[in-house]
Design a protein around this ligand. Structure first.
Ligand code: NAD
Length: 370
């Protein structure tokens, strides 16, 4: 099979390279079995790039990301770089990539696997079979709106200002991502804002409603205020299929939804850009966890979030639904065999290292592909 799928791999810092190594093993498996071949290259980001190049990401790596069909990102950061200024911290690598690649839709699935149902702090009956997707607008809203800053007023007090601002096109493009995803899932979108107290929320509701009626009459659309959504995510999270919301509410609600599953080392994410004329969309896939400096170098990190990130990449960037499902099934099967890294360890299970978990996933893939 010709290698026409360009993939840029950016392992980063801490446990990033350790978990990424297990995923590159899966890419080798796909190639060896003639399932899929990728034109892969690697680059430095975060602290690793600061050490080698003096900056968290070089223009050359940004250019390579722009020229790739998908970017698989590990994690960046670590205490040795914490004292650097905000303009050269490792975390700037990911912000730069999001900005330069125009990645505006952050997809955060929250899925509870039967084998890990006890990892959630919520009761098993509430989270059993949970499978929701939160689509968060990630380049607009209050984190980027102007005016912003801290100013001194005439009476000597200071005032901090941030501005929640969304345009019709910003709302439409992220809502479109949510509607399209719902069509591949259970066909339901819940749009979340605070239309009761914020004009930007009112516009959000109007635009999403009009788009749904015009282009997605087959998708069931509902609306919810953000505070109620937080409550409902804890009370009855299974009522949701796809949730679409702005940057601020999405930041909070996606973390809340992640914790319904209880295991940081298991959850992937994607950030998508707008499709060009040919339908090609720039996209970046990464686990939601960070570089975990406390366990880096010990070989005990859970590689499954990075592995699920690869599955998302195959599904959303390359339409390789079957291959993505096979990787997800392989991960589920090793958990059903009772293998656990330390972060998801439970009584009676077998504790394994990062390498052992990766090898077990590849062995499961060999069986599934046989
Ligand atoms: P973290 O996600 O790195 O770690 C939180 C806790 O979860 C730690 O105890 C860690 O050991 C554990 N953990 C995380 N991933 C794990 C895995 N795969 N397997 C087993 N255990 C795992 O968050 P943090 O400690 O707040 O941040 C550490 C560094 O990572 C900081 O420099 C932070 O800025 C950075 N960070 C980067 C990203 C990113 O690259 N996108 C995201 C979050 C944090």
């Amino acid at each position: 099979m010709p290698a026409n799928k360009k993939l840029l791999i950016l392992p980063g810092d801490g446990i990033g390279p350790e978990v990424m190594q297990e995923v590159t093993g899966i890419l080798e498996f796909l190639d060896r079995r003639n399932i899929a071949t990728f034109d892969t290259s690697e680059g430095l980001v975060g602290g690793a790039s600061i050490e080698a190049e003096g900056v968290p990401i070089t223009p050359e790596v940004v250019a390579r990301a722009k020229g790739s069909d998908a970017v698989l990102f590990g994690a960046v950061g670590g205490p040795q770089w914490d004292k650097l200024g905000f303009d050269c911290r490792p975390e700037l690598a990911i912000l730069t990539l999001r900005r330069e690649l125009g990645l505006f839709a952050n997809l955060r699935p929250a899925t509870v696997l039967d084998a890990l149902i006890d990892a959630s702090t919520l009761k098993p009956d509430i989270v059993r079979g949970l499978d929701i997707m939160i689509v968060r607008e990630s380049t607009g809203g209050i984190y980027f709106g102007e005016p912003r800053g801290i100013e001194t007023m005439a009476d000597g007090q200071q005032r901090g200002i941030n501005t929640e601002v969304y345009t019709t096109s910003e709302i439409e493009r992220v809502a479109r991502v949510a509607f399209d995803l719902a069509r591949q899932r259970q066909g339901r979108v819940c749009s979340v804002e605070k239309a009761n107290v914020m004009e930007s929320g009112l516009l959000w509701r109007q635009v999403v409603t009009a788009l749904g009626a015009r282009d997605y009459p087959d998708v069931a659309l509902s609306h919810m205020y953000a505070d109620n959504c937080a409550m409902q995510l804890v009370r009855n999270p299974r009522q949701f299929d796809v949730i679409v919301t702005g940057n601020l509410f999405g930041d909070i609600l996606s973390d809340l939804a992640s914790m319904c599953t209880g295991s940081l080392g298991m959850l992937p994410s994607a950030t998508l850009g707008a499709p060009d004329e040919s339908g090609r969309r720039l996209a970046l896939y990464e686990p939601i966890h960070g570089s975990a400096p406390d366990i880096a170098g010990k070989g005990i990190a859970n590689p499954l979030a990075q592995t699920f990130s690869l599955a998302m990449l195959l599904r959303y960037s390359f339409d390789m639904t079957e291959e993505a499902a096979m990787i997800e099934a392989a991960c589920r099967s090793v958990l059903e065999q009772g293998l656990r890294t330390g972060d998801i360890m439970q009584p009676g299970m077998t504790r394994v290292t990062t390498n052992e978990m990766g090898a077990a996933v590849r062995a499961a893939l060999e069986r599934l592909a046989a």
